[in-house]
Ligand binder design. Structure first.
Ligand code: PEP
Ligand code: MG
Length: 840
């Protein structure tokens, strides 16, 4: 390895990259490095190198330090949009500079006003390793920052990938061309793949390991590029690039769709099951929206006004839908998603981007489309599937605004026949809301993900849904009979008549049964041998809480308070939180309201929280760990809960606790908050049992905790060491695994011994096969999705606790979740009819 000393390029304050207010740099997607918040406006070379050509915006300089190793100095954040204003280059491309030589001059004050931030990242791209010295200090130009270690070129030669060269052709979709952020995203998308990948354009070639080399190609929006990839994962590299770049102009838009084929009668297409349930109906293919785009500008003022008006129309429409949703169960989800759309539509950055394009000569429609597509491209490149799924929301808003600009009716949906099974490439939330739910039996999408907002909306309305079914679904002729199985993940095309008749009968019986269960949902659930079981609701929005009462909830066993923090630009303050919690408390009347403190991190990222990037977020700063690291967040939440003033009704639940010490710290904070507010009584404080550690220490935790609640989703994830978001492991991540059941048994025994309440609020509680086992293990309080409450109460009334105890005793002695499920299916409680299964 060769060592090169890096010197500070600026006077200012030295920061770790993680604190740069831009996710691409902060998450290290652009490479390793540091950042400086400048106090003076001359950028100097941190080491010797050759100046690389960059775009016309002159807001950044790159130096080639050695073959394959470049340093990028990016002055400020989002400064590419300034188009070079306020920057003066002091060097030319190709010039060799010595360490400390002046590279660029800029006006710090003007920059701080015009750009989101003047913080200047210095990142390494390509080969080599950066080792920073001490951070969080003032630095002056020329002061040592750290060291750059470069590998021996001879060792490098061994890494060249073998195999045939594969080619791809793409078009640059990014509004400002291939600047730092998209270039970094491309490099990050390919990092770790066994492939050598190059981008070829304008007679030059850039290695896709180097952000700077990509930027140096000087590519503009709409430029065509060629990609050459070689190595074992060359195909995967091309696929990942296809997700970031557009197809070239002459290829049709849906490049990912394989050639269409004839579908045979009786054939079953496989897909990912997103919403369970079975549906019998007829195919209704919905074509992609092709709203005409008016690209001619009538002048910036007129186009600005047109966009302003169209945005106001869509906003009013969204707000109307939030207020007037027509299904109490679905309201909570729908209102939450539409509220997120309202936030997005008001996003100043998105609006400014559209307006900047209009000022540069675009029409309102093309300005808006370009702005939303640029934002989509950034989201699509992110690793987190939840954030990637939000790109669909932006596409939806793009479409709605374009519809209004084209003078189309915003609410008019297609006419559906009875029992329609809608087939689409990717349905967006507004498409879904325009469908007549009373005629909608099921949905199958060629693309889409199970965490998409449409999947959530469909789940709230109980509409069986398949996603990722592939392009073949779009070839099914309108009116073809279909059976959609949202459990097995299959779509049967033109199934035999006998199968349709059997399913039809079973669905009618099921509907009849559900009507009966709903009618009895307000009565208590008591087993045949007289043990009361409390069935509460998991909620995440106020409308959902109101709906839960109507479905017979005996209270709220889990209010996921994350909803208050999502889709915002900063954390909600104490007063706002207090108002929200008070509204939930009123919605549940006198019944218990269990509020879980913020469970951020892991699979629930909250973009504006200052959480560091983690290699393994599920094992990192999440749940209470975040609250203890950022006490101001937890204190605001605890004070808000205390200010509601219903200590007998509210229970506070702490997520991701491992040991009594963490609980003791939270308890001390709660006591201090109560003291500050002059209160002599605080609500009950409990912990979630989500890790094997907390289950095994349940007895110790109960010395400090007032109650326990088992989070079986996470408990299974951590006990079985399976990521709960992993698509291939999903079928094996089963809370009925005997190891998980033993942890539940240990927890329940500890709670009974301490005579304290124990409940279970994970998804396992809504699983009909799990219910008798959980009751038998001693869990007599459940919290489940509101829609499942009537069914669970009805099932409890058919069970005897002593039989359940016998079943649980056997279940925890088995070898696998599959064996437990098989046992539970065979098990016939003495007094109960067999469990009903709908044929498919
Ligand atoms: C759980 O882990 O089971 C739980 C209820 O919490 P969440 O699903 O919100 O992580
Ligand atoms: Mg959890």
């Amino acid at each position: 390895m060769n060592r090169i000393a890096l010197l500070s390029p600026l006077d200012g304050w030295l920061l770790p990259l993680a604190e740069v207010p831009d996710a691409v740099f902060a998450q290290g997607l652009a490479g390793d490095g540091v950042a400086i918040d400048p106090v003076a406006g001359t950028l100097h070379a941190p080491c010797a190198g050759d100046v690389l050509p960059l775009g016309s915006a002159a807001h950044a300089v790159s130096l080639r330090v050695a073959e394959g190793c470049d340093l990028l100095l990016h002055v400020g954040i989002d400064t590419v949009a300034l188009g070079g204003a306020g920057f003066e280059a002091l060097v030319r491309p190709g010039q060799h500079v010595a360490a400390g030589e002046a590279l660029l001059r800029f006006d710090v004050q003007a920059l701080a006003e015009a750009a989101p931030s003047a913080v200047t990242p210095l990142v390494l791209s390509g080969i080599g390793r950066f080792e920073p010295g001490p951070l969080h200090r003032a630095v002056q130009v020329g002061e040592a920052l750290g060291e750059l270690w470069l590998p021996d070129p001879a060792a490098d030669a061994a890494d060249v990938a073998a195999g045939p060269v594969r080619h791809g052709r793409f078009r640059v979709p990014f509004e400002h061309g291939l600047h730092a952020r998209p270039a970094a995203q491309m490099v990050a998308a390919l990092r770790g793949l066994a492939a050598d990948v190059f981008l070829l354009a304008n007679g030059r070639r850039a290695d896709l390991r180097s952000t700077v080399a990509l930027m140096a190609l000087g590519l503009r929006c709409g430029d065509d590029v060629e990609v050459q990839a070689r190595g074992a994962q060359a195909g995967e590299a091309l696929r990942r690039l296809a997700a970031l770049l557009s197809p070239p102009a002459e290829t049709p838009r849906k490049t990912e769709a394989p050639a269409s084929r004839t579908i045979l009668p009786g054939e079953a297409l496989t897909a990912v099951a997103a919403v369970p349930g079975k549906a019998l109906g007829v195919a209704v293919p919905l074509l992609d929206d092709d709203t005409p785009l008016d690209a001619a500008s009538r002048g910036a003022d007129a186009e600005r006004a047109a966009l302003h008006e169209a945005l106001a129309t869509v906003l009013a429409h969204l707000r109307h839908h939030i207020k007037h949703a027509d299904d109490e169960r679905a309201d909570g989800e729908q209102a939450g998603i539409l509220a997120a759309h309202v936030e997005l539509l008001q996003d100043p950055h998105l609006r400014e981007q559209a307006q900047a394009r209009i000022d540069a000569g675009a029409s309102a429609a093309s300005g808006w489309r370009a702005a939303t597509r640029a934002a989509c491209a950034e989201l699509t490149a992110l690793a987190d599937p939840h954030l990637r799924a939000r790109a669909a929301d932006l596409r939806d808003l793009e479409r709605q605004v374009l519809r209004v600009l084209a003078g189309e009716a915003i609410d008019a949906g297609p006419r559906l026949p009875e029992r329609a099974i809608v087939l689409a490439d990717e349905l967006l939330p507004s498409d879904f809301l325009r469908l007549d739910a009373s005629r909608l039996a099921g949905i199958a999408m060629a693309r889409g993900g199970s965490t998409s907002h449409v999947a959530i909306l469909a789940a709230a309305r109980g509409i069986p849904t398949l996603v990722a079914a592939g392009p073949a679904v779009l070839d099914i002729a309108p009116g073809t009979p279909l059976i959609l199985d949202g459990e097995a993940g299959t779509l049967h095309v033109d199934p035999p008549e006998t199968q349709c008749r059997a399913l039809d009968r079973a669905l009618s019986e099921q509907a009849e049964r559900e009507r009966g269960e709903r009618a009895a949902a307000h009565l208590p659930a008591t087993t045949t041998d007289g043990i009361g079981v409390r069935v509460m609701a998991n909620v995440g929005a106020l409308r959902e809480a109101e709906g839960a009462r109507a479905l017979g909830a005996d209270g709220c066993g889990l209010l996921r308070s994350e909803f208050l923090y999502l889709d915002r630009r900063d954390a909600p303050d104490e007063a706002l939180q207090a108002r929200e919690y008070a509204a939930f408390a009123s919605a549940f009347g006198e019944l218990p309201l269990t509020v879980r403190t913020l469970d951020a991190g892991g699979d629930k990222p909250i973009p504006y929280l200052p959480l560091p990037r983690e290699d393994n977020p599920a094992l990192g700063l999440r749940g209470l760990r975040t609250g203890l690291r950022h006490p101001e967040l937890l204190v605001a939440q605890l004070r808000a809960l205390l200010r509601v003033g219903r200590p007998q009704q509210i229970r506070i639940l702490l997520p991701m606790v491992n040991e009594p010490g963490e609980l003791a710290k939270a308890r001390a904070m709660l006591d201090a908050c109560a003291y500050d507010l002059g209160l002599d009584r605080a609500p009950a404080l409990g912990v979630m049992i989500e890790t094997p550690a907390s289950a095994l220490l349940a007895a110790e935790l109960l010395r400090e905790a007032d109650f326990l609640s088992i989070g079986s989703n996470d408990l299974a994830q951590y006990a079985l060491a399976m990521d709960r978001g992993h698509p291939e492991l999903a079928a094996h991540l089963d809370g009925l695994h005997p190891a998980v059941l033993r942890l539940i048994a240990t927890t329940a025994q500890a709670a009974h011994a301490a005579q304290k309440k124990i409940s279970l609020c994970g998804g396992l509680g809504a699983d009909p096969l799990a219910l008798p086992i959980l009751l038998g293990l001693g869990v007599h309080e459940l919290s489940v999705v509101p829609g499942a409450i009537p069914r669970i109460k009805a099932q409890v009334r058919r069970l005897a606790m002593r039989d359940c105890a016998g079943l649980a005793h056997c279940a925890i002695r088995l070898n696998s979740a599959a064996e437990v499920r098989a046992l539970a299916r065979r098990w016939q409680p003495a007094a109960a009819p067999a469990m009903q299964e709908v044929p498919g």
